[in-house]
Design a protein around this ligand. Sequence first.
Ligand code: GLU
Length: 313
Amino acid sequence: MPNQPDGTEIQSVLDDIAIRMAGEADRGEVASYIPELARVPLNRFGIAVAPLHGEPIIAGDAEMPFSIQSISKVFALVVALGHVGASLWRRVGREPSGDPFNSIVQLEFERGKPRNPFINPGAIVVSDVILEHQSDEADPHPVLDLCQRLADAPDITVDEDVFASEVATGDRNRALAYFMLAEGNIRGDATKVTERYFRQCSIEMSCRQLAAATRFLATGGEGADADIAGVTPERVRRLNALMMTCGCYDASGEVAFRIGLPCKSGVGGGLVAIVPGVGSIVAWSPGLDKKGNSVLALKAIEDLAHRLGWSVF
Ligand code: GLU
């Protein structure tokens, strides 16, 4: 069982980390392939820990909303599993890909079945499943709805500028969707499916909100803060397993080695780490390394986990 420090101890470590991160010179590079993301200042850093109960403990720019990008894939997977259960795994695998998140090459070898739900083609199939089960296309986005309910923050929204930027530059994702359509693994309208996917990636949340929204992954699903369809303890264990093995692109092994916790990152610079039985950690800084993970968020969570003795190993 990981160490259970009290709130005061966590706060003082977070404050110290925020001060040290402010002085870091190597901050990576902001994602520029989605032009709107490149506008975020590189000097931002925030961190939050949501214990199983009570308010998140925060430091730095933890109240500042940022684009959650690939972290939305965790929430989307919860929604899709709620609709189709384990039959999802007939259309999406559960293996790390070892390739970049938007790679097309593996998809061709494997006849349109994506390796896992956390790479882009996997998340696009998940979006297809969600769209297929939505009674009215005009309904509010179920992934946004889930984020709002879990974080208890109805004001969480989609950043329309980031969304427009993704639609304008998303040819590679559309190529993935059309390839899977040709292989019979997309059932709806491929353009609409990718737009749904871009919309969920463009949700903006702060570290505080994201930590609150992901803490159900640390409780084992029990006593989840919201009534989430189909979130059983077994499913939560498996979500954590997927985050550990596939959550940080083709650096998932390296992240497991350094941090030792199930993690999910996004190209907006956010990183979620789950400490089972203790709580959820979110760090954010927009500068990325070559694999697409936030340089400072990784460094900060690695430091925090080591100092507080948090690891699943
Ligand atoms: N919207 C981004 C894309 O599809 C998400 C990438 C990510 O965060 O991994 O390229």
